[in-house]
Design a protein around this ligand. Structure first.
Ligand code: NAP
Length: 224
């Protein structure tokens, strides 16, 4: 079985992941934060779009002592590796992500020339075609991948039918505007998704998890 991709997002009731003017919506409370950290603890690596880092500066880290202990017991790095998706790799070196205690890789889709990787990346992973993502991840030994957004990255992965699990925290807000978690105008394969879990997280938030229908009834061997 190839690497599993789990998309993890907090969204408003209207499916928006950012406010109308863009920037950070600051959705999700402490229980959602815990769910996110559990996903990070599960992951070998996380994918994040450069746009999200330009807005947020840094990425989410595992802080829970129990989760950090669990990873130590499993002889894994404290934090999953971070794969920054960018065509040109042009990110401001002053972003806080470049001081965070994790290993960063530049995932370069398309036909980018790769002779000038900025020094704050461990290395570059060229990706001429998105369909090559599972193989590229498999070659690194990364089997469990969390996708942290944003919308452009989520849309591309959905359009290429590369997502296996959706973890959406529905937050009790209507954000309005145009920042849907899947971008408009892109063809997405019409898979069905079967529900795995839905539970309240407090403060009106609901965690909803789905798996691709083709996998329902079979156990992929991982805890939720
Ligand atoms: N609520 C949530 O859970 C959540 C989570 C994440 C993000 N967000 C929000 O989402 C917004 C950012 O989303 P976004 O859609 O603008 O940005 P994004 O997907 O994070 O990043 C877009 C940029 O990443 C690179 N990229 C992403 N997908 C690519 C692809 N398929 N092919 C090539 N390059 C790709 C490109 O970087 P280059 O320009 O460097 O080539 C592109 O300009 C922010 O407002 C953020 O707050 C919300």
């Amino acid at each position: 079985m190839g690497p599993r991709l789990r998309l993890v997002l907090a969204v408003g009731l209207d499916g928006r992941l950012a406010p109308p003017q863009g920037g950070a919506a600051r959705l999700g409370g402490p229980a959602d934060r815990r769910v996110l950290e559990e996903c990070l603890a599960w992951a070998d690596a996380c994918l994040v779009g450069a746009g999200t880092l330009r807005v947020h500066g840094g990425t989410c880290l595992i802080h829970g002592e129990d989760l950090l202990r669990q990873r130590r017991r499993q002889h894994r790095s404290s934090q999953p590796h971070l794969l920054v998706v960018s065509r040109q790799g042009q990110l401001d070196g002053a972003l806080s992500v470049f001081r965070q205690p994790l290993e960063r890789w530049w995932l370069a889709p398309g036909q980018t020339r790769l002779d000038q990787a900025p020094p704050w990346f461990q290395g570059v992973i060229p990706l001429p075609h998105w369909q090559g993502l599972p193989q590229a991840m498999g070659e690194k030994g990364w089997q469990r991948l969390v996708v942290l957004g944003g919308a452009q990255l989520a849309t591309t992965l959905a359009a290429h039918d590369l997502l296996h699990e959706l973890h959406l925290t529905l937050c009790p807000q209507l954000l309005g505007g145009g920042h849907l978690w899947l971008q408009d105008g892109v063809l997405i394969p019409q898979n069905r998704w079967c529900p795995v879990e839905s539970r309240p997280l407090g403060d009106g938030e609901w965690l909803c998890r789905w798996r691709r229908q083709s996998e329902c009834g079979s156990s992929p061997g991982d805890p939720p």
